[in-house]
Write a protein that binds this ligand. Structure first.
Ligand code: ZN
Ligand code: MN
Length: 129
């Protein structure tokens, strides 16, 4: 509870339920999956509340929005630097904790000072292959 106060968003019981669902969640759930799960305990929960809460958390830098799944946005509470791999059959997303030493040659960086990178891998997971 205390650590959630630092998030700088107004804490309603519904928002707390969403935060608790996300905490330590490694599944990279979509808004719809979060909705279905949190609704079991909070039947009055609306999809708009889920979506608005996710947007607020994202804006405050508490969660990451992933675009690796072409079908839907996925959310990740793990803000530590890491990359992702997605299964093209079942859309499971796994974390890749490795720092790849990739540098953009100056002539390809378009004058940018590069501050980060985000690598998306895809393939077939252990269950699907
Ligand atoms: Zn799979
Ligand atoms: Mn992740």
């Amino acid at each position: 509870m205390e650590r959630y106060r630092r998030l700088n968003i107004k804490l309603t019981p519904q928002r707390l339920a969403i935060l608790k669902h996300l905490e330590g969640n490694k599944a990279h759930p979509s808004a719809d999956e979060i909705y279905k799960s949190v609704k079991k305990k909070y039947p009055t929960m609306s999809f708009a509340t889920i979506y608005n809460t996710l947007e607020a958390l994202k804006e405050k830098g508490n969660i990451r929005e992933l675009k690796i799944d072409p079908a839907k946005k996925r959310y990740d509470p793990d803000m530590s630097p890491h990359h992702h791999i997605i299964c093209t059959k079942c859309s499971s997303i796994f974390d890749v904790y490795k720092d790849f030493d990739i540098r953009l040659p100056e002539e390809t960086a378009g004058g940018f000072k590069v501050s980060g990178k985000n690598i998306e891998f895809f393939g077939t997971c252990r269950k699907c292959k």
